[in-house]
Each structure stands twice: as C-alpha cells, then as structure tokens.
Design a binder for this molecule. Sequence first.
Ligand SMILES: C[S@@+](CC[C@H](N)C(=O)[O-])C[C@H]1O[C@@H](n2cnc3c(N)ncnc32)[C@H](O)[C@@H]1O
Length: 654
Amino acid sequence: MNKAMPEKMQLTSMDIAEEKRQQLKALFPEAFTGDKVDFDQLKRMLGGWVEPGKERFGLQWPGKAECIKIIQQPSIATLKPVREESVNFDETENLFIEGDNLEVLKLLQKAYFGKVKMVYIDPPYNTGNEFIYPDKFEETLDTYLAYTGQIDDEGRKFSTNTDAQGRYHSRWLNMMFPRLYLAKNLLKESGIIYISIGQDELGNLLELCNDIFGEENLVTICSRVMKTGGQKGVHFSPCVDYIIAMAKNIGELAPFREEISQNLIDKVYTKTETAGPRKGEKYRSMGLYQAMLDKRANQRFYIECPDGELVIPPGESFPGDKKDGAQVAPKDGDGVWRWTYGRFFEEKKKNNVEFIRSDKTSLVQPDGSKATWNVYYKIWLNDRMEDGQLPGNILEKFESRHSSAELKLLDIPFDFAKPSALIKFLMSVSGVKENDITLDFFAGSGSTGHAAMELAKEEGSNRPFICVQLPERTHEESEEYKGGFKTISDIAKERLRRIGTKLKEDLLEHDADSGFKVFKLDRSNFKVWEGDAEKIENLEKQLSMHVDHIGKASTSEDILYELLLKAGFPLSMQVEKRKLAGKDVFAIGDGALLICLDKEITPALIDALAETEPVQVICLDEGFKGNDQLKANAVQTFKARAQVEESAIVFRTV
Ligand SMILES: C[S@@+](CC[C@H](N)C(=O)[O-])C[C@H]1O[C@@H](n2cnc3c(N)ncnc32)[C@H](O)[C@@H]1O
C-alpha cells in the first residue's frame, strides 16, 4: 500500500488490473470481445503464431491468421520521387503515391504514425466483377512488381473476384484486413476513417471494423443516395451505397456540425424581426409546448398572453392560482412547456418569445377550454449559423451523376468516381483544419485530392492529402485507354494537374497548395539482407552484395527520400541543399536532420556537420571507405559536440 496516498485514492489490485485491461483494449481492440480478452488473438497481434484451427474471436474467415503475418512482415520496398510527373515538387505538401497500398501503408507507418486526421477510402465493393489485387504473403512486393510488369509475371494470374472460386468473401476480407489495420495506426487520436461500401460486403465490413477499431468507435453508417430510381436489379433497384465511419477514439472526436444549408434558410427561416435590438434578423418560430417533451416537475404553469388570457399545455392538472407563472406538478398525460418559468421569464425579456393568435392551438385555458393563442420561442438564424447544424446520415446531395459531370468538365474519363463534394463535405464536418492530413489509399481518379485542393483554395489554407493508387491497367477498348491513359493512376495524376490549374485560374485570391509530389513504389535502394538465407552459397552471395549495398540505378534523391522515410520524416518535408566543407548535404527540418550521400567523407566534413548542431546525421557507410579510424573519430566528434550543446546527436551510417 502506498502510505502517502489518502485512503480514498488508494487503488486496489482490481482497479489496477482494470486500468491495465482498458489500456490493452485501447491498443488491441481486436483482441477483445466486450471486456473479455481473447489471448490467442492477442498473441497473434504480438507476432506469435496460433494454430488457425483455434481462431474463434469475432469475425472469422479462412486466411485471417495469415493476414496478421502479412501485417507484421516489414516492407522491403521504397518510394521513389518522380519530379517530372509532379507539380511544384519542392514546395507542395500533397502526395500522390503510385503503388500497392499495402506496401505503401507499411512504408508510411514510421513517418505518419498518429498523424492523419481523416481517411476516406472507396475500395472495390466485391460485386464479383471487380479486380482484386492479389496479395501473396511473403512476396507482396514481388506480386506488385510482377503485376506492374516490372518483373517476369509467369504463372501469376490477376483476376476478378468471382463466386466460382468459393473464396468470394474471404479473399476480399484478406485484402481489407491488413490495410485497415495499418490505416488505423496512421490516424490521430481525434481521427476518423470513412469507408464507402455496397450491400455485398456491408455486414462483413462492419464486423471487420468492429474487430479493428472496437465497436464503441462506430460513429455512424451513412446511406448515400447514388441515384433515384432505375430498372437495374431484381427486387429493388439499388439507389444507395453506404459509408461506415469509425473513430480512432470516439472520446477524442469533437461533435460534428455542418454549415446550415441555403435550402433550409430559404424554407424555414422565413420571419424577420421588426423591432428591438435584433431588428432585421431572420428567425423561425418553434412551439414552446410540444407533445413529445419529457414531463418535468416545474414545467407546467400558466402563461399570460398579451390580452390577459392564461394558457397552459393540454392536460388534467391545473395550478390553484389563476395567474402568470402559477405551477402544478404534471401527472401522467399532462403536457409541459419546454422551459421552466424562470427561463421563460428571462427569454421573454430578451424578446425571444412570440405570442400568435391561432384557432389551431392545442393549448388550453384554466377551465380546460381551447385557448385562442399559441406561444412560440424564436430560433435566430445568426445563432444557428454560428452553431451549425447536426448532419443527418442520409446523404442526398452527392449522387453519382455529379461525379460524372465534374469529370466531364475536366475531360477525364472514369466511371467509378465519387463526387469530390462528398469528400469535401466529410472533411468539413469531421473538422479537417489547416494542415490536417487526409489520406485515401484507394484513390481511383483522385477525387480526394481534388476535394482537398478545392477546400484548401476555398478556405485559403492548406489541407494536405496523400493519395495512393495502384497503376491498374485500363482495358484497351476503354474510353480511358483511348484517351491516352494506360493506367488508373495516370488518370488520377492528370485530373489533379487539371484541377490544380483550374483552381489557380478560378480563385486567384488564395494561394493555397495546388501541387503534388509523385512517388512510385519500387525496390529499396539498398540491397536487402535476407535474414533467412540458410544455405552457404546464399550467404556468400549476400556478403558480396553488401560490400557495395546501394543499387546501381539509384539517384541521390531516391536514396534521400528512402532515408527520410526510414528516419521517420514525412515525405512532404522541405529539403534544402547545403554545401559543407565542399560536399553536398541535404538539410531537412531547418537542419534538424542532415543527410550526406557523398562517397568520400573527410574530417573537415565531419567537423562542419557537427558545427551546425543537428539532431540527427546520416552518412553512407561506404563514404568511410573502410577507414574505421575515421568513423570512430566521427562518432567521437558528434558525442563531444552533443556534450557541449547538452543535446543528443544521433549519428548513423547506412
Ligand atoms: C472504386 S475505385 C475508387 C474511386 C475513387 N473513389 C474515385 O472517386 O475516383 C477503387 C480503386 O482502388 C484501386 N485499388 C484496388 N486495389 C488496390 C491496391 N491494392 N492498392 C492501391 N489501389 C488499389 C483500384 O485500382 C480502383 O481504382
């Protein structure tokens, strides 16, 4: 027992166990059913192997255990910058990444852990006709390279997900589970993920989300009207699809408010105040009595109308005194006002109460006869504008025809886009503010990038985005292919270029970010050490590879960005080239990180690097040309400098 702690505050071992259980639940919600721990699942999440036969928690399907291994398998890939396909590469914070999203999500883990405010994804709905990109455990990068024609794809089939395979749902779930799991890591505590889905996988996706995010973090399931009517289908024509919204931590997600719509203003806020301090302001009237109000003890009283008539909500009980404010406790079936008399009195003084003669009123007089007045309170448009409006979860303003129309305007052929206004709406209600990152890793034609650029322009402040899209090939007979787009990622990049230019022309007054940096998924620039090389001949090959471990075709910018990612710096960081002791050095984050890729490191360079007081320095191992003394000197120099500056310089070679 802790003697210093007052008795009331002492924690019992039960309290501590409960606290630990809740901490564990926050980290691994997928290992809990209610408050019960599934130890097998927890073991899997921590990298242990559990017999698939023993799986029993939550949603189960063949392959779930493999998925967990896939999540834990580190990526051996990198993201290579492609300046020539980018717009405003050196300044923009927007990223377009071409590649398989599983590998990309793995690569983003270090730099973007807990940094993304909103994820929107629109994955294949698994209708049986779509392409499902094949993940092969232990060779996802090879699968990707084969798919994109970068290595021999002999024997690999890239097909649609058909029922005939008998693996219809499990194949889709195997694709979604690792990606959602990795995406959750990237969300801020106050972050939210929206997932568009059709009815084929709605049920499975919801269960999967409950597994990964914890069911208490379900924000809502929106129905989005795709179209009205139609003759497709057998029993009903499907006119809606769905958006599942899950919070990373619902307790941290601020309440949502949507801007009040012009339609509501025109239809509902029809009255204008004629006198007093709010003269000229628009308002609407709401009955101070409504049948649905909960019965409260002090909310049944007489109100005196302008001509002296006393009125009260309908019911059987009446106050003894016949005067304004006289109360009676309501019995079953008695109506009450919305406010207590005190509140009514205050609001009346502020001119927030309205009396209107009415022959339709349900109010009564003290003798139970029908009243001739109704009593209303005023809701001011200006107040509502400030508070906003709680958004409803039926989304009617974002039909598919809207996306077709906007793409037509940009002369971009693509059939499966979501309206950028839908994503803009989700960003606005979710509180995506200046510099908050939005991620879409099934980017298709780039609607999320489009929405973020437009919002940034409208608000005059940046909404950085990360779009990830597979270079899925377009069919030779398709409009896309004929339009010159060989892959879907080509479509998205071109759309972003066009919308960037258009926004610049349309909204000259704001200079928000309308560029984007392109990166492509590729093999690491460093030769990968294969830890499981068992055979001697393999080992020899590996050793000789590592004498010069940088791939021949890598440029210094390729290596720079790989090092940035590995050191946990975002790809959007501005990079400054400096000359130190006659050598090129990249300075990131105002010089917090210095990267020198020179193949000849000198004592003068080491001194010059240490002089600038960096937090981290990365040099190439081969720059020391096997001179261990020079390397030891470098370590000593940085250590000594760190002591003088009372800082800790991390010096690494790669
Ligand atoms: C329904 S579309 C998204 C459309 C998008 N919301 C829009 O508005 O244009 C789904 C996209 O995900 C892409 N995709 C499928 N598997 C992927 C993967 N493993 N990595 C990256 N993108 C993938 C497909 O190529 C397809 O373009």
